[in-house]
Design a protein around this ligand. Structure first.
Ligand SMILES: NC(=O)C1=CN([C@@H]2O[C@H](COP(=O)(O)OP(=O)(O)OC[C@H]3O[C@@H](n4cnc5c(N)ncnc54)[C@H](OP(=O)(O)O)[C@@H]3O)[C@@H](O)[C@H]2O)C=CC1
Ligand SMILES: Cc1cn([C@H]2C[C@H](O)[C@@H](COP(=O)(O)OP(=O)(O)O[C@H]3O[C@@H](C)C(=O)[C@@H](O)[C@H]3O)O2)c(=O)[nH]c1=O
Ligand SMILES: [Mg+2]
Length: 314
């Protein structure tokens, strides 16, 4: 029998890709927020009891990093209490669960890449709420995968790539922090890796696949290098930007004060993923190229002033 799969957050950038990537694995249910609201436990419980999914893939979350600082209760309700409820249900009914967490569970003080056994320590509410969520899932759903990802982007949705595209069209220079490093990772890649991990786990060939995994593209960048790369690629594509690559300026975090204190280093080591699942992930440049190609080819942008004549070859 094909498993029944619940995907939450399907209107978000990762959930959207999961709809595509998980379709070959089973019957995907993607309730909208009104049907499955993370802030309404009784609704979630009723939905789970009615549909009885075999696999829960939770891509819904409170993701507004700075706003979370003043919305602590909401961030914890969505990022910790709601995954706990799903995990308890999964544990009680023998379901599998996939929970997404973040590189922001770390404080950034390590000089190298973070491994799964490094002790998290975060200085922000979003990170603390996601950490509580991953701990609750691991505690209550014995068959769960907690995938820590970071710096997600896609051709669709809210993310840094879109912010830079918009700003570079409007402004003649950009000031971007250069002292926070991580790895931009496409939601397509994370969705495809999720599908691979789930099908390998379901095959029964892996003795103990469950637990925390770091999942990121290879390579690394500061936000400044990432922004420059986006502007460079768009310029090569013939997009008429107001901002030239040389005018993407490096600044320090202290020059860009934000409510949440972001880690200086949130690079993730993915050796455990490579070892247990035989996956070696591509460089983040490849994901950016693909997302820009999708953007430039999308009908929604075809008639805008700045894409006229712009073209991308992969
Ligand atoms: N974005 C990033 O860079 C990173 C994200 N992650 C994690 O990856 C996962 C996916 O993130 P991403 O796709 O970027 O997130 P998005 O912000 O793009 O999407 C969030 C999703 O959660 C849904 N949601 C929000 N509140 C509720 C609620 N009360 N009830 C039901 N659904 C709700 C949203 O629905 P609606 O459309 O109704 O608002 C939307 O579908 C999250 O767990 C996030 O913490 C980890 C590291 C990096
Ligand atoms: C727009 C802008 C941002 N910045 C800085 C602020 C910040 O340090 C950095 C990135 O800002 P953003 O708000 O786009 O990204 P941010 O919200 O920090 O992204 C995070 O989202 C959550 C959900 C995660 O889990 C993380 O992995 C990470 O992807 O860029 C500038 O320096 N100049 C600018 O013009
Ligand atoms: Mg943000």
């Amino acid at each position: 029998m094909r498993p029944t799969i619940l995907v939450t957050g399907s209107s978000g950038q990762l959930g959207f890709e999961l709809l595509r990537a998980l379709a070959p694995l089973g019957k995907v249910h993607a309730p909208v927020r009104a049907e499955f609201d993370l802030a309404r436990p009784e609704r979630m419980q009723a939905w789970l009891d009615r549909v009885r999914p075999d696999i829960i893939v939770n891509a819904a979350a409170y993701t507004a990093v700075d706003q979370a600082e003043s919305k602590q209760a909401l961030a914890f309700a969505l990022n910790a209490a709601a995954p706990e409820l799903m995990a308890r249900w999964a544990g009680a009914h023998g379901a599998l669960m996939v929970q997404y967490s973040t590189d922001y569970v770390f404080d950034g003080s390590k000089s190298g890449r973070y491994v799964e056994t490094d002790v998290p320590g975060t200085r922000m509410i979003y990170g603390a709420s996601k950490l509580a969520g991953e701990q609750a899932v691991l505690a209550h759903a014995p068959r769960s995968l907690v995938l820590r990802v970071g710096w997600l982007f896609s051709a669709f949705g809210n993310n840094f790539l879109h912010t830079i595209l918009r700003l570079a069209l409007e402004r003649t220079s950009l000031s971007i922090v250069a002292d926070q490093i991580g790895t931009p990772t496409s939601t397509q890649l994370v969705a495809d890796v999720t599908a691979h991990m789930l099908s390998a786990s379901l095959s029964g060939k892996l003795s103990e696949p469950w637990g925390i995994y770091h999942v990121s593209a290879s390579g690394e960048a500061s936000w400044h290098e990432y922004a420059r790369h986006i502007v460079h690629e768009l310029t090569l594509d013939g997009v008429k930007l107001a901002c030239a690559e040389a005018d993407v300026l490096a600044i320090g975090s202290s020059d860009w004060p934000t409510p949440a204190s972001r880690p200086a280093n949130s690079r993730l080591d993915c050796s455990k993923l490579a070892q247990n699942f035989d996956l070696n992930l591509p460089h983040w440049h490849e994901g950016v190229s693909y997302a820009l190609a999708q953007l430039l080819r999308s009908g929604a942008l075809r008639n805008t002033r700045w894409t006229q004549g712009a073209r991308r070859k992969l």
